[in-house]
Write a protein that binds this ligand. Structure first.
Ligand code: F0G
Length: 352
């Protein structure tokens, strides 16, 4: 048996599964918690910063935590097809887990706003990809309606099994750190993940697995910041296409988590996101996608509020390879090309 049997087996006692549940798994979870000394130095005050690199899940994002649960429960219920709306990662993950479980996957995406790697995944996994001339919020409304009328199971995070699976991220943090961190910094789009992490911390706390609960710090992109603004955004825009969402489904639950934890919601600009994205790659060696970098951008933005010596975790939700276009278009670097294939020319180009 594999050393890490996937998150359903590992956290079975904390999840709504039984011996009858057919476990659809790609051995997701158990992602590394990586110290981030360069980010910590920028915050100062002797803080410790850790990156939860959930981009190392099987399809490259945290969505796999939710999909192993959603697809296992869909299969248990006898479903033959699933459907989701997605800015890209949900569609890649739903496609992979659906196909692994032998189900059809329909994914509805906002045409032109899904990063290349995510689209490539959904197509190759064999999803039926439907691009609408609209944004994520419109896609979500469409798939909610479709699931109400046709024999397809909705696997967006409004499906409660998604959040059940995603709460295991919090379990892993506590299992590694020995307690909950002081702060949890997390990007917010449809607001499912912040809700799930809070569920996980509360459940572990009730079980006596951690002494404290973290302050939940949720970060939205400034052009798509409905929770921060207190009103839906009808035309959300941001370079972080994963969180280009104007009317989050788990809005109320996310507010409840923020209030109960004495946390905060803040907006970060695209420039701040891209700056954190470059710092993570060039100074920590960690390549995430732009939406993920919102967690670090947010931490750097509110660093004056951080208590001295605090232990902070930033969730990096997706792998940088998902979105190569943004990396190439927004790095302060370029290929030196046109070099002749000999030592003299290469050495000259190297500056020697
Ligand atoms: N980070 C990444 C990389 C995401 O893909 C998402 C959401 C989030 C953060 C925000 O998480 O929605 O739970 O608040 N992506 C969804 C999708 C919307 O369709 O892939 P959230």
């Amino acid at each position: 048996a594999p050393k890490w049997p996937g998150l359903i087996e590992t956290y079975r006692a904390y999840l709504p599964v039984s011996e009858q549940t057919p476990v659809v798994t790609l051995l997701e979870g158990n992602t590394p918690l990586i110290p981030a000394p360069a980010i910590a130095a920028r915050v100062g005050k002797s803080v410790q910063v850790f990156i939860k690199y959930d981009g190392l899940n099987p399809t490259g994002s945290f969505k796999d935590r939710g999909m192993t649960m959603a697809l296992s429960k869909a299969k248990e219920a006898g479903a033959e097809a699933v459907i989701c709306a997605s800015t890209g990662n949900t569609s890649a993950s739903a496609a992979a887990y659906a196909r692994r479980g032998g189900l059809r996957a329909f994914v509805v995406i906002p045409d032109g706003y899904v990063a290349l790697g995510k689209l490539a995944q959904a197509l190759l996994y064999g999803a039926e990809v439907l691009a609408i001339q609209g944004n994520f919020d419109q896609a979500l409304q469409t798939v909610r309606d479709a699931a109400a009328h046709y024999p397809v199971t909705l696997v967006n995070s409004v499906n409660p099994y998604r959040l059940e699976g995603q709460k295991t991220g919090a379990f892993e943090l506590v299992d590694v750190l020995g307690d909950a961190p002081d702060w949890l910094c997390i990007p917010v789009g449809n607001a499912g993940n912040i809700t799930a992490y809070w569920m996980g911390f509360c459940q572990y706390h009730q079980q006596g697995k951690c002494r404290q609960l973290p302050r939940m710090m949720g970060f939205q992109a400034a052009g798509a910041a409905p929770i921060v603004n207190g009103a839906p955004v009808s035309h959300p825009e941001t370079v972080a296409t994963a969180i280009r969402i104007g009317n989050p489904a788990s809005w109320d639950k996310a507010i409840a988590a923020q209030e109960a934890s004495q946390g905060e919601f803040k907006a970060v600009t695209d420039d701040e996101i891209l700056n954190a994205y470059r710092i993570l790659a060039a100074e920590e060696g960690i390549f995430c996608e732009p939406a993920s970098a919102a967690s670090v951008a947010g931490l750097l933005k509110v660093k004056d509020q951080v208590p001295a010596g605090a232990r902070i975790v930033c969730i990096l939700t997706g792998n940088g390879l998902k979105d190569p276009d943004t990396a190439i278009n927004h790095c302060n670097n370029q290929v030196k090309d046109g070099i002749a294939p000999d030592l003299t020319s290469v050495a000259k180009a190297m500056g020697f």
